[in-house]
Design a protein around this ligand. Structure first.
Ligand SMILES: NC(=O)C1=CN([C@@H]2O[C@H](COP(=O)(O)OP(=O)(O)OC[C@H]3O[C@@H](n4cnc5c(N)ncnc54)[C@H](O)[C@@H]3O)[C@@H](O)[C@H]2O)[C@@H](O)CC1
Ligand SMILES: Nc1ncnc2c1ncn2[C@@H]1O[C@H](COP(=O)(O)OP(=O)(O)O)[C@@H](O)[C@H]1O
Length: 310
């Protein structure tokens, strides 16, 4: 790891596109989220609501039919996509093209055979930005075949593990008690050749420094967030934020860095309001619009450029 930077509100102020008065929902991107199998409709709700609260023009949720009622009540603005139809399409039946600007796979998906089939087919047939979280990461960790497909994915891959998931993904790499988070993020980039977001206090966003995907790895450390975010579902929210920013046209790298900062900033607003103990993931979702608004409207005149850390 040769370069280290910090992700600040000012970084994100520069990255977020401003909206034209004439913009319409088609200009704000289409995000497909696959989430919420087997009793985990909540994970799907959190990811979907986070995507909508972060500005995606259209958010689609592929989830089992049993979850539709929950989804259409908790997130009526989202469009439910039939799980079986997606499975058919992935199996080559039906010929409508992938019509999404980004796909996010994993929150509460479980590791069933059908979840595995879906991930495999997406890795083989989609070529847009692909965010893999939670059970998507667990599937990669269990299945060398899927790891191989991920390593050769034709689009840009964004992996969002916490340290526990990262250790599972890196079982073949020599990690020990002295392995730092920076070294772990670097190992993820070298293994999967995509963008690695290693979550936790001071989330790291890392990728190869050069487009050739060789040599040095660059890592940016997030400066927002607080211990109140150590609560179930907070990661599902992050997946939705990154999907929405990518759908709106940020590059996966910019969406990853902006996404973690905005997610942490929303968590900080939630902690200001409720304190750290009682903060829940839904509170982070509700603060996303205020965090984004504050960052877009912040005054940066006369500020020094202080992103480079070392
Ligand atoms: N309402 C819902 O439907 C929710 C669904 N969720 C989904 O539930 C599924 C499984 O989540 P689990 O929490 O069971 O599995 P995890 O893989 O997140 O956690 C399993 C174990 O991994 C270890 N671990 C977790 N975070 C760690 C960290 N930061 N550092 C080191 N070790 C860590 C701990 O030993 C933990 O008990 C995921 O698909 C997730 O998206 C959760 O997000 C919670 C909310
Ligand atoms: N102490 C902390 N400081 C800052 N951010 C944190 C802290 N603990 C957790 N977070 C953030 O909250 C989210 C938790 O995600 P994750 O561990 O995947 O939870 P879940 O699987 O329940 O959704 C991550 O984005 C992480 O960076």
């Amino acid at each position: 790891m040769t370069e280290n930077y910090e992700i600040t509100k000012k970084t994100v102020h520069k990255l977020l596109p401003r909206r034209s008065p004439y913009i319409h929902k088609g200009d704000c991107g289409r995000a497909l989220i696959l989430a919420g199998a087997s009793g985990m409709a909540g994970a799907a709700v959190l990811a979907v609501r986070a995507s909508m609260r972060s500005g995606a023009g259209l958010t689609y949720i592929c989830t089992p039919k049993a979850n539709y009622q929950v989804l259409q009540t908790a997130a009526p603005e989202a469009i439910c996509v039939d799980w079986d139809r997606v499975a058919d399409k992935l199996a080559g039946r039906g010929n409508d093209p992938w019509n999404y600007d980004v796909i996010a796979f994993g929150p509460g998906m479980g590791v069933s055979a059908s979840a595995r089939r879906m991930l495999k087919a997406i890795l083989l047939s989609y070529d847009g930005p692909l965010v893999i979280d939670a059970d998507g990461l667990n599937l990669l960790a269990r299945e060398p075949e899927l790891t191989g497909f991920a390593q050769n994915y034709s689009g840009e891959l964004i992996l969002t593990p916490h340290v526990g998931e990262a250790k599972r993904l890196l079982e073949d790499v020599n990690l020990d008690q002295t392995t730092s988070r920076e070294e772990m993020a670097e190992a993820l980039v070298r293994k999967f050749r995509g963008i690695a977001i290693l979550k936790g206090a001071g989330t790291l966003v890392a990728r190869y420094s050069s487009a050739l995907k060789t040599g040095a790895v660059t890592a940016w450390r997030n400066t927002s967030g607080n211990p109140g975010m150590a609560t179930g579902g907070a990661g599902d929210v992050l997946t939705g934020v990154i999907a929405a920013l990518t759908a709106q046209g940020l590059s996966p790298w910019d969406a990853a860095r902006a996404g973690v900062l905005i997610h942490g900033a929303a968590g900080d607003l939630a902690a200001d309001d409720k304190g750290e103990y009682g903060l829940i993931a839904s509170d982070i979702v509700e603060e996303l619009p205020y965090a984004i608004d504050e960052i877009i409207n912040m005054d940066v005149t006369g500020d020094e450029d202080e992103e480079r850390k070392s």
